[in-house]
Ligand binder design. Structure first.
Ligand SMILES: Cc1cc2nc3c(=O)[nH]c(=O)nc-3n(C[C@H](O)[C@H](O)[C@H](O)COP(=O)(O)OP(=O)(O)OC[C@H]3O[C@@H](n4cnc5c(N)ncnc54)[C@H](O)[C@@H]3O)c2cc1C
Length: 500
């Protein structure tokens, strides 16, 4: 059965303790484990349950950051995108984009082509091209035709953000790191000025413990007051919410990503096919402190207005959307009024024995991790020495993702049948329940799989089919199953329902 390490079984001291199991913490612990450091990662909810499962799921350079003059961010992101396409093929996939151009478009075709030429140059490959209006319509017949004079086509990449985060965590665990979900950091431990460890609480059994560390890393993203002392030295954050709508592909049959400027405020918006649904985003609005992020009526109207403008033939109504989701960007406050003008760069701060990191992008997690580890090693001679003498790990075992694929392929055919036309099967969910630290039903349906977004009502009709998997793999009795189902339905309503 799926047992998790108890706090009392952990060693009393680690070289690194990383707080926060989003992409930032996951990237740091993966890099630390690869270097042979003894690291612990704790996440107070499930891994990737914060912003890292609610992004737009693009692995991209960010064309609009280029327009804003953020050359370094764009260059780094484009290079990381290319690396991820090579190293995580299957999880990070090429995503063709189309940007339609109209008679009155600003920027016009020539400026867009110049911008894309720079983008291509940064990526080291000539991927973009200009298309005639006829060719653009052949590729995307649903585009608004009125005034269309052509389009530019270019490539970026997409991923499953939660799975990317989980994959890093499970790889770190396979390389020797301890990674625990449902364990919260409560407070930093200090000796004089120096941070020397953390106090932790296990949400499952309520147990608490104090563990020492050469360096403690705060990677809690947009969470305010995450633990006692977290804010010391931290930059002021401006949490910005980005919301998305999800449609069945038959309502919005896009074949590639289409990106355009919103007719109201000229902010870039997009829609693209993701795991069999059409994903449309996004907004950029201030998020009230520590409220659960949920799309507002105004944001939903804003996205519908954008879609009606660009895809008039689809005649989309809000009622056509099957789900929504919203994430909070941990943006470092720049003091400006316009949310979309705030920088997406990450910010690092430190105190003796302590490094904090926030902001940044999913795409650049590896660079962020290297940056943080450089700061951590500079903080602590013990860590520097440990890194010098540690044996970097070269796992001889196949990676957890490879093992999973091989195991699923060996399961009986009826276990491998797609659930509701999605990429998931009972066999895939059984693997997750058995090997991927699933503690609750929402872990399985919202992050190990993305059934919560891909099926109407979050897959409520499928729940009965999953009972036996959870009971066999997780040891849940009938009462626990009912409790988990009720909790999942409520959570789905709070996070994903439209018009609540
Ligand atoms: C709407 C939106 C769209 C985006 N789209 C893209 C995109 O397309 N491409 C891209 O590259 N980037 C994108 N981003 C940016 C990217 O998603 C974020 O920068 C990234 O996910 C932040 O990850 P994180 O690990 O820093 O934060 P999080 O994912 O929020 O992780 C922090 C974790 O810390 C945990 N935590 C908090 N307090 C404690 C505690 N006391 N103890 C233990 N754990 C704790 C939280 O539960 C949380 O899971 C987008 C962001 C948003 C909001």
């Amino acid at each position: 059965m799926n047992l998790r390490t108890r706090l009392s079984d952990l060693p009393h001291h680690f070289q690194l303790i990383v707080i926060g199991g989003g992409i930032t913490g996951a990237g740091i612990v993966a890099e630390a484990a690869r270097r042979g450091l003894r690291a612990l990662l704790v996440e107070r909810n499930d891994f990737a349950s914060g912003t890292s499962s609610w992004s737009s799921k693009l692995v991209h350079g960010g064309l609009r950051y280029l327009a804003g003059g953020h050359w370094r961010l764009t260059l780094e992101s484009v290079r990381e995108r290319n690396r991820l396409l090579r190293e995580r093929a299957g999880l990070v996939e090429l995503q063709p984009f189309l940007m339609p151009v109209y008679r009155d478009s600003r920027p016009g075709l020539r400026t867009l082509r110049t911008g894309l030429a720079v983008y291509d140059l940064m990526g080291g490959q000539w991927r973009s091209r200009a298309l005639s209006a006829r060719r653009a319509l052949a590729l995307e017949p649903g585009l608004r035709r009125d005034g269309l004079i052509g389009a530019v086509a270019y490539d970026d990449a997409r991923t499953d953000d939660a799975r990317l985060t989980l994959q890093l965590i499970f790889e770190a665990a396979a390389a020797g790191a301890q990674c625990l979900n449902y364990v919260a950091a409560l407070a930093l431990l200090r000796q004089g000025e120096r941070v020397v460890g953390v106090r932790l609480r296990d949400a499952e059994d309520g147990s608490e413990c104090e563990l020492g560390a050469d360096v403690v890393i705060n990677a809690v993203g947009a969470t305010r007051d995450a633990f006692e002392g977290a804010a010391v030295g931290a930059p002021l954050l401006r949490p910005l919410r980005g919301s998305h709508l999800i449609f069945p592909l038959n309502k919005l049959p896009v074949r590639r990503a289409v990106s355009w400027l919103h007719p109201r405020d000229r902010r870039p918006v997009f829609v693209y096919p993701w795991l069999g649904v059409a994903l449309c985003g996004t907004t950029d609005v201030d998020q009230a402190a520590d409220l659960e992020p949920h799309i507002s009526e105004a944001e939903a109207d804003y996205l519908i207005e954008a879609l009606a403008h660009q895809f008039p033939l689809a005649g989309l109504q809000l009622a056509d959307a099957q789900a929504s989701y919203a994430g909070v960007r941990p943006i470092v406050a720049g003091g400006g009024g316009d949310p979309s003008a705030e920088s997406r760069e990450s910010a690092l701060w430190q105190a003796p024995g302590y490094v904090g990191i926030t902001g940044g992008k999913l795409t650049t997690f590896r660079l962020t991790a290297q940056h943080v580890l450089r700061a951590a090693v500079a903080q602590s001679p013990a860590l520097a020495e440990a890194e010098r003498t540690a044996q970097p790990t070269h796992p001889e075992m196949p990676s957890p993702a490879t093992q999973c694929a091989a195991w699923i392929a060996a399961q009986p055919a009826d276990e491998r049948v797609s659930l509701g036309g999605t990429p998931y099967s009972c066999a895939a969910l059984r693997w997750s329940a058995r090997h991927e630290q699933v503690r609750h039903l929402d872990d399985l349906l919202m992050r190990r799989s993305r059934l919560s977004l891909l099926l109407p009502q979050g897959g409520a009709e499928l729940l009965d089919d999953l009972a036996s998997i959870c009971q066999e793999e997780l040891g849940w009795d009938a009462a626990r199953w009912q409790q988990e189902c009720a909790h999942y339905r409520q959570l789905w309503q709070r996070l994903h329902a439209i018009g609540e």
